[in-house]
Design a protein around this ligand. Structure first.
Ligand SMILES: Cc1cc2nc3c(=O)[nH]c(=O)nc-3n(C[C@H](O)[C@H](O)[C@H](O)COP(=O)(O)O)c2cc1C
Length: 379
């Protein structure tokens, strides 16, 4: 396939995959377009860069099965609130129950309004979900890993290591293999909490949390950073403070303190991409891998995150749109979302990568365009 005939093929694939997306679409893309979508999340090779961020879409095995079936690259389980052996949770205020979500337009994008917080069922139920995720991971069907919110102390307080110990060991045991892959969530509602009023306090968490987790198991750790209510320079400072993590997820939703809700949309991707832009060109060696999150609603946006250093992306809102917003006519929401993100002839990932090639900012290597060649290269 020469790259000049790719656009016609893309139109055809976009149309025919509206009815059914082949599960192994990365193999088809490699074969038909000579495009290698291989990507990386938390040190793990994945077939393409698109995963699901932690939240209401990874609460049960049914959702994970559907995602594995659709060919999603990875899913982060809903955040569980850490506890000690007696079941005490210092962050219990984040384990509240709320079911109603509202998907709304915000600026040029979409946001989901929801007042709930972390996992609200038992810790044992969570461990059962972790084991299901581990099985899917082991079978190579879907990388599915846990997410935790651990205790965060005030500046003059110590960390509650009993919560770190009990939760980390239980997760490591459920995961069953070394290392345990896990995300640590610093959530947007935390950014809105008085706990996060002080810069020094946040920076201490980011510097010290990794050692408190790693003290209890062999862990490969991603830290999901919040958008703090300070300026862009502080976001960069946060990333530097968190540099002992293996990966950083950048950055969780913005916090609207008037309405006391977290939100996304174009304001979120504008801020995230602007802040990440301060770090390019090229990620320096030894810095954590980056996974982008925030208003990823097209392949073009995936390329923008990749150019700023992200070797994967994690979406939530785009998997929740009203069905009529997806061009596909059949399939699960995950399939329909992947279809649009990858195959849209104007804004999909294939189109965006071919456009980069045409502009001379992405070259073929061994005849192939490679997603990972975009990462951290300003183009
Ligand atoms: C309803 C909802 C619940 C979420 N819950 C969590 C959570 O428990 N833990 C977490 O780390 N992120 C959570 N997130 C954040 C998402 O994983 C994602 O990072 C964020 O929404 C930005 O991506 P998006 O613009 O594609 O939605 C949640 C998001 C939404 C919309």
């Amino acid at each position: 396939m020469s790259s000049s005939s790719s656009p016609a093929l893309l139109d055809k694939d976009f149309e025919r995959f509206k009815r059914e997306l082949p599960r192994d679409f990365p193999a088809h893309i490699r074969d038909a377009y000579r495009i290698d979508l291989s990507a990386r999340y938390l040190g793990t090779p994945i077939p393409h860069p698109i995963g699901k961020g932690s939240g209401q879409l990874s609460l049960n095995t049914g959702q994970l099965e559907t995602d594995a079936e659709a060919g999603l690259a990875f899913a982060v389980l809903k955040t569980v609130i850490a506890q000690d052996a007696g079941g005490t949770q210092s962050m219990a205020a984040w384990a509240i129950h709320e079911t109603k979500m509202k998907v709304e337009r915000r600026g040029e994008g979409w946001t989901v309004t929801w007042k709930g917080r972390g996992w609200d069922r038992s810790f044992d139920d969570y461990l059962a979900l972790v084991r299901a995720g581990r099985d899917l991971t082991r079978d190579g069907r879907l990388l599915a890993l846990p997410s935790v919110k651990y205790h965060l102390p005030r500046l003059d307080e110590p960390f509650r290591d009993d919560e770190y110990a009990f939760t980390t060991r239980a997760l490591a045991q459920a995961w069953g293999e070394s290392p345990l892959l896990v995300e640590k969530d610093f959530s947007p509602t935390l950014a809105g909490d008085r706990l996060a009023d002080e810069k020094a306090q946040i920076l201490r968490w980011l510097r010290e949390v990794p050692q408190h987790i790693r003290a209890h198991a062999d862990v490969r750790l991603a830290m999901k950073l919040m958008n703090a209510r300070f300026d862009d320079d502080f976001q960069v400072e946060m990333m530097k403070a968190a540099s002992s993590a293996d990966a950083l997820v950048v950055f969780n939703r913005l916090f609207d303190s008037n309405r006391a809700i977290a939100y996304g949309g174009s304001e979120l991707s504008d801020r995230n991409l602007r802040v990440l832009g301060f770090l390019t060109p090229g990620a320096s060696p030894g810095t954590p891998e980056l996974s982008g999150t925030g208003n990823v609603s097209s392949g073009r946006r995936i390329v923008e995150y990749a150019r700023r250093g992200c070797s994967s992306v994690q979406l939530h809102t785009f998997f929740q749109l009203p069905l009529e917003e997806y061009p596909a006519t059949d399939g699960s929401r995950t399939q329909r979302a992947l279809h649009a993100l990858i195959f849209d002839p104007h804004d999909g990932l294939i189109a965006a990568m071919l456009e980069q090639e045409a502009a001379g900012s992405l070259a073929r290597a061994g005849g192939e365009l490679r997603f990972l060649d975009l990462v951290g290269e300003p183009g």
